[in-house]
Design a protein around this ligand. Structure first.
Ligand code: NAD
Length: 372
């Protein structure tokens, strides 16, 4: 699809025009394709489906595997990840209606959210560019490939009307949620952190470790420095270990604030409390002292798959001593990036320039969708 300006005279206040010349009129919806309907893709699809300004025009599967049933139940048109006719035909033989290959899907989309496995997406970029659709990659891809990255709180403005971006990884999204407001207050921030990472997602059977603690021997790890792709002013390094759990990551963070920061532990807590997508709880008082209880609490909230879009910070694990801030936070790896993808779509399509307004709209719609 070409981003040729088509001046459709509805009336000026009914038109929002992106720099690329696309015009999204009121009542029109952004047509979103999902390439890779796996752990992240199926969640992004539902989060998009929840919004009134966008719609899912199709999702891709590489072959007629079990994820197709969910797409059928949701009413999302299924496309094949590939254009080869025999691969498309395999879906029909397995009893699924397949609407064509990736090229067919791109021809009816305004934007594609690439949720393919890490490092696979790079080979898809050319296809998106030649189809003339906007594109969003996930954190498994390199910033160097996309040349632009995104988190809602850090750089929504910078992404306005861009042709493509990358929603950073779950860890980097989590770091950005708590560090960006701190940086915005202090004007300077230096951070050292350790990522204690889940070994595998609950649905993975081929990853580990299952009985060891595995350090990431590339030092520093990419997680911390990746924050600088969305907020280059934050100076940050990280190390990482993988541990035998499937449900969450935990970050151990030590941040050095500049002289004269004017903060106290209480002020840091109330700063985070005023930010979207951060949950603060006292572990001692609530009994939520481990990631197991955090995820049980998330299941009680009632989002699909027991997702927790918010970053969980233990109030009693936060301490500011002079210029050094210590805290822990827990990240639901499969879901904190999901609402960010919705905001990134709005940024790229140029339909909402205020990140806070986009976040509110996204989160409210998802809550309604889940009857919360
Ligand atoms: P996944 O393996 O669960 O899903 C990937 C899907 O893409 C599968 O359905 C697979 O069949 C399909 N696929 C395979 N090759 C493809 C291709 N060439 N083109 C399109 N689709 C293809 O992976 P995931 O966990 O959903 O991860 C997707 C992306 O999101 C990765 O970049 C990953 O790093 C990132 N991410 C994952 C998590 C997480 O915890 N799972 C969190 C944040 C970001």
């Amino acid at each position: 699809m070409n981003y040729v300006v088509f001046y459709q005279q509805i009336s000026n206040d009914l038109l929002i025009e992106g720099l690329q010349g696309q015009v999204i009129g009121e009542g029109m919806t952004i047509k979103v394709a999902i390439n890779g309907y796996g752990t992240i893709g199926k969640r992004v699809a539902d989060a998009v489906d929840a919004q009134d300004d966008m719609e899912i025009v199709g999702v891709t599967k590489t072959r007629p595997a079990f994820g197709c049933d969910l797409a059928v139940r949701k009413g999302y048109p299924i496309y094949c990840t590939f254009d080869e006719q025999d691969r498309i035909d395999a879906f029909g033989k397995a009893g699924y209606e397949c609407h064509g290959g990736l090229s067919d899907l791109l021809s009816v989309a305004d934007i594609v959210v690439d949720c393919s496995p890490g490092k696979v997406g790079a080979s898809n970029k050319e296809k998106y560019q030649s189809a003339g659709v906007k594109w969003i990659f996930q954190g498994g891809e390199k910033h160097a490939m996309t040349e632009l990255s995104y988190t809602s709180s850090a750089n929504h403005q910078e992404n306005l009307n861009a042709q493509g971006t990358r929603v950073v990884s779950c860890n980097t999204t989590g770091l950005s949620r708590t560090l960006v407001p701190l940086y915005n207050h202090c004007g300077e921030l230096s951070v050292e952190c350790t990522m204690i990472r889940r070994a595998a997602d609950p649905g993975d059977s081929n990853k580990g470790p299952i009985n060891a603690i595995k350090p990431v021997l590339k030092v520093p790890s990419h997680h911390g420095p990746d924050v600088m792709t969305v907020k280059p002013q934050i100076s940050i390094n990280s190390m990482a270990v993988a541990v035998p759990t499937t449900i969450m990551h935990v970050h151990v963070i030590v941040a050095t604030l500049p002289e004269g920061h004017g903060l106290t532990t209480e002020k840091v807590l109330s700063m985070w409390d005023s930010q979207p997508r951060i949950i603060l709880m006292n572990g001692g008082e609530t009994g939520i002292t481990t990631t197991a209880e955090v995820m049980e609490f998330a299941r009680d909230i009632g989002r699909k798959w027991g997702d927790l879009h918010e970053i969980f910070v233990w109030k009693d694990g936060v301490k500011l001593e002079e210029n050094t801030l210590y805290y822990f936070q827990a990240i639901h790896q499969e879901s904190d990036v999901i609402p960010e993808n919705v905001d990134a779509i709005r940024a790229l399509m140029g339909v909402e320039s205020d990140w806070n307004k986009s976040v509110s709209k996204t989160d409210l719609a998802i809550s309604k969708y889940n009857n919360i």
